[in-house]
Design a protein around this ligand. Structure first.
Ligand code: SAM
Length: 273
């Protein structure tokens, strides 16, 4: 299934954790075109978007399913990664070219749960995030709102991060869509990560967003649009995305690899010389 910018997710509904949240939950359900349920029935549902007082959570309904997935950009896990991830020396930062070009602008065309974009923003990049799954987009918007309300990250979020709902394949093809030095891609890859936490997140992400079988077309669009480079995150042992060109070089990360495609901007003939 190619995921779309509509919420065609069978067995997914919205619920409010408390009666006070019923109205915002109803608005969310309407916006996403999902049913609002009062008492979620695990026999009827495969997943549930639950609006709690703290955040928006995505729950898998199967018996024995792991805990919920939500976007946490200011919590302990992300804080740890920001403190100990290696700053500008980490593979992600080197992959986008932070060293050679101090603060490149980035289009993160596969925003997902927003962690890579948040790290790049925390390193000084202005990042435009694109997410095509309305459910993932809603989780991401909720996480960004909480990060924007936290004094430690408020300024960074308001000054450096933008979130768009849409298919990057279409948006990148629009001549009016602002270009960026770097286009960053991290499409889904079947069974790609080892850690139990990521497995849980990826399973749920796949359940609501589907696979990304059109990643090669996305790469072609990104190559046509990036001003300096395209970076593709791949599992360590996976082959590069097939596309019009091979990566110029790769950088190994902890469980993944970054393939870097350098883009040479060709000046139009009438401006050359
Ligand atoms: C593996 S996740 C990305 C994880 C992300 N890098 C992070 O740090 O959380 C891939 C995401 O990209 C989205 N996606 C894939 N192709 C897309 C496209 N053409 N346009 C917009 N979003 C896309 C999927 O819906 C999914 O949420």
């Amino acid at each position: 299934m190619i995921n779309q910018t509509t919420t065609a997710v069978p067995g997914l509904a919205v619920a409010a954790a408390t009666p006070e949240l019923a109205e915002p939950a109803r608005i969310l359900a309407n916006r996403l075109g999902l049913t609002l349920v009062e008492t979620p029935d695990p026999n009827q549902l495969s997943a549930l978007l639950l609006l709690t007082e703290r955040r928006l959570e995505l729950h898998q309904m199967a018996a024995g399913a792991p805990g919920p997935v939500y976007v946490e950009l200011i919590g302990e896990t992300m804080g740890y990664r920001l403190r100990h991830g290696g700053g500008g020396k980490q593979a992600l930062a080197r992959a986008v070219g932070l060293k050679g070009h101090p603060r490149p602008t980035v289009i993160d065309a596969t925003a997902g749960l927003g962690r890579d974009a948040f790290i790049l923003a925390s390193l000084g990049c202005r990042v435009r995030m694109i997410e095509r799954s309305p459910v993932i987009h809603a989780l991401l918007a909720d996480g960004l709102n909480r990060a924007a309300a936290d004094p430690a990250s408020a300024l960074m979020v308001s000054q450096r991060i933008r979130l768009l709902l849409g298919n990057a394949i279409d948006l990148l093809a629009q001549p009016t869509f602002p270009a960026a030095e770097v286009v960053y891609l991290d499409p889904m890859f079947p069974g790609r990560e080892k850690s139990a936490l990521v497995k849980k997140e990826m399973r749920l992400l796949r359940l609501v967003a589907g696979e990304d079988p059109d990643a090669e077309l996305l790469l072609a669009r990104a190559l046509a649009r990036a001003q300096s480079r395209v970076v593709v995150k791949r599992p360590r042992i996976a082959p590069p995305l097939s596309g019009p060109v091979r990566p110029n070089y790769s950088l190994p990360g902890k469980s993944s690899r970054f393939d870097i495609y350098l883009v040479r901007m060709v000046r139009p003939v009438d401006q050359a010389g």
